[in-house]
Design a protein around this ligand. Structure first.
Ligand code: NAD
Length: 332
């Protein structure tokens, strides 16, 4: 029986990359029926909210979604749809694999690690207020429950993926209570996994180490904001945001989406690299046990990359989003 998956095109380059990802998944022979809904700017006028209830209901019903990026206005306007989705559906783990590919120019070769970012609290808890006219406070929330859950998730992922090491990232030297609690949870849980090396690194030092020797890392687990910043930086190490997939995982529900945003500077120009959306789709296919389809797409991407002549502009080529996707379909 076909698996029904919720499909959200999103804003900016979202519709461009999600529509080609869908085409590629369909070409791979995966047994999927799509339930297309939308969220973000395109529905704001009609529903008076960027996240209508029917979107949440569709994801709750189908348990799996593939989603494009959605605009979040800076410094005002509506609250982040992405953060709201993650919190409402308790998608507590944000999983972002970072990998270098043969044929693609990048700063480092042989990079292959996964960033596991806590997805529901930290500085994204949304607790902000003005103190008079001239001061503002953002409250960072770290709980034992969420920290234990994300650390456990990271070690289980390392075990399943036969990874050797889990590195916790924090700033517990300064935020002794909040990051201190996260670090204590990490150290306690690490004791349960004797076969996996555990270490912790302060976030500023980690930024340097990741740039210099990214090959030293396997699984990195971090509170929300550090995980967000490090994953964009890490994408830069292996070819950019066009190559960085992601998944938001909860106990029952999973939403797959590229790491990048709506890229307003290139939206509507057929310039976006759809690989992040396609790699996110591969993660989604594996999640629903469509391994054969996932492997076919993985092999096709690897063939196109190795030829190195037919790439999108961000990777040094001259193909548009659609033409590049067609090249992948030809290789499936
Ligand atoms: P961005 O990721 O959209 O863009 C950063 C830079 O990377 C831009 O120069 C862009 O052209 C480039 N880029 C991104 N994706 C690319 C791709 N697939 N191919 C080629 N180049 C690509 O980040 P931003 O400009 O800071 O954010 C724009 C909007 O996206 C904001 O409203 C932000 O809130 C939103 N956003 C949404 C999500 C999400 O929905 N999960 C994630 C991040 C940002």
């Amino acid at each position: 029986m076909a698996k029904t998956v919720t499909l959200i095109h999103g804003d900016g380059i979202g519709p461009e990359v999600i529509s080609v990802a869908k085409k590629i998944i369909d070409a791979s022979g995966a047994n999927i029926e799509w339930e297309e809904v939308n969220a973000g700017e395109s529905v704001l006028d009609k529903y008076k909210t960027p996240l209508p209830d029917y979107v949440i209901e569709s994801i709750k019903k189908n348990k799996v979604a593939l989603k494009g990026p959605i605009t979040t206005p800076v410094g005002g306007g509506f609250r982040s749809v992405n953060v709201a989705l993650r919190q409402t559906l308790n998608l507590y783990a944000n999983v972002r694999p970072i990998k270098s590919y043969e044929g693609i120019y990048c700063l480092h070769k042989n990079v292959d690690f996964i960033i596991v970012r806590e997805n529901t609290e930290g500085l994204y808890a949304g607790i902000e207020h003005m103190v008079g006219d001239d001061a503002a406070e953002s409250i960072k929330v770290i709980t034992k429950k969420a920290s234990n859950k994300i650390v456990k998730f990271a070690f289980e992922l390392a075990k399943k993926d036969t990874r050797k090491k889990v590195t916790a990232v924090h700033k517990a030297n300064i935020m002794k209570l909040s990051d201190g609690l996260f670090l204590r949870c990490f150290k306690n849980i690490a004791n349960e996994y004797n076969n996996i090396i555990s270490e912790d690194v302060i976030v500023d030092a980690m930024s340097m180490k990741l740039v210099q020797t990214p090959q030293n890392y396997d699984v990195i687990v971090a509170p929300n904001l550090y995980g967000d910043i490090l994953s964009d930086m890490a994408a830069g190490l292996v070819g950019g945001l066009g190559l960085a997939p992601g998944a938001n995982i909860g106990d029952e529900i999973a939403v797959f989406e590229p790491v990048h945003g709506t890229a307003p500077d290139i939206a509507g120009k057929n310039l976006a690299n759809p690989i992040s959306a396609i790699l996110s789709s591969i993660m989604m296919l594996k999640h629903i046990d469509e391994y054969e389809a996932a492997l076919k797409i993985e092999n096709a991407i690897s063939k196109v990359f190795k030829k190195n002549s037919k790439l999108t502009k961000d990777l040094g080529g001259n193909l548009g989003t659609k033409e590049f996707a067609q090249e992948i379909i030809k290789n499936i």
